[in-house]
Design a protein around this ligand. Structure first.
Ligand code: R5P
Length: 281
């Protein structure tokens, strides 16, 4: 692997642990102002210190993120359909070229392939175009697999889609945790991270992260289970402990609760202050 590509990958996958916490906030590219990301900057800024990379669209990056930020960017470069178009949802093509990704100082580009969908060929051919272009400049490619309700979420499917992504040239695979995940990882020659999926209770999301890491995943690319949490900062710290420090679900949950409770305490104090001030007058 070329030095530049290795260097970019090592900015995302931390060399000391070999793991990564990718914060996915790219949902707007097909879902619009997703719950929790209406004011993307306000949602994301407090989370940046705890993420190893920020995954988002070029529009979100330009409009919401301070260019002075010190975090590697994973830029989504596929898209083309919306959540409203149920029939062709995620029939994606290239929506951002590698030249613009370089202009944005992206450390990685992300592309969704829809293995098994009617239009799989279109997504796969567009994906390989991006791979050719990105590889020429030493930019790593994250292959997003298995998004979409109709995708069979079992180890056989995840294994097939992940292996295809790798053989087509991806450097990192993003998929979903399923029972038998160790088989998915074993048959994939490149690192695998898991998406979080729809919001579920914090404990369940931490369990998925723990199980995925124990099965050989090198991290998470998690969105809604962090930014839609009652305490996004608490949740990302908990996920980080699970991914990088080998924390158990119980330990992760304790971190989450302690941050959440501290935040709640601060909020109560802040509310109480003006009242006291009024009482003095
Ligand atoms: C979906 O294609 C997007 O790339 C999301 O970033 C991805 O699904 C991860 O986010 P979440 O953890 O919310 O599923």
């Amino acid at each position: 692997m070329d030095w530049g590509k290795q260097n970019r990958i090592s900015s995302i996958i931390k060399p000391d642990t070999g793991k990564t916490v990718m914060l996915a906030v790219d949902h707007g590219y097909f879902m619009g102002p997703t719950s929790g990301l209406e004011k993307l900057d306000e949602a994301v800024n407090p989370l940046i210190p705890y993420a190893d990379t920020l995954m988002l669209t070029r529009g979100a990056l330009r409009y919401y993120i301070d260019p002075g930020v010190r975090i590697p960017i994973t830029l989504r470069v596929s898209g083309g359909t919306s959540i409203l178009n149920k029939e062709a949802m995620l029939h994606e093509g290239i929506v951002c070229n590698v030249e613009d990704a370089i202009r944005l100082n992206a450390s990685c580009v992300a592309f969704s392939i829809l293995v098994g969908a009617e239009y799989e060929r279109d997504t796969i051919l567009a994906f390989t175009e991006v791979i050719d272009e990105a590889t020429a400049y030493g930019i790593p490619i994250l292959c997003v697999t298995a998004v979409g309700r109709e995708m069979a979420r079992d180890a056989r499917y995840m294994g097939l889609a992940s292996r295809m992504g790798a053989e087509l040239g991806a450097d990192i695979i993003k998929t979903y945790y399923v029972p038998g995940f160790d088989k998915v990882v074993e048959s994939c020659p490149v690192p695998v991270v898991i998406a979080g999926g729809k919001k579920i209770p914090e404990k369940a999301a931490l369990e998925i992260a723990r199980n995925a890491i124990d099965s050989g995943a090198i991290g998470v690319d998690m969105g809604r289970n962090i930014f839609q949490s009652t305490s996004p900062v608490g949740m990302i710290q908990a996920v980080r402990a699970v991914v990088h420090k080998g924390a158990s679900v119980k330990e992760g949950l304790e971190i989450f609760k302690s941050v959440r409770d501290k935040e709640a305490g601060k909020a109560i104090k802040a509310k109480a202050k003006p009242k006291k001030a009024r009482a003095k007058k």
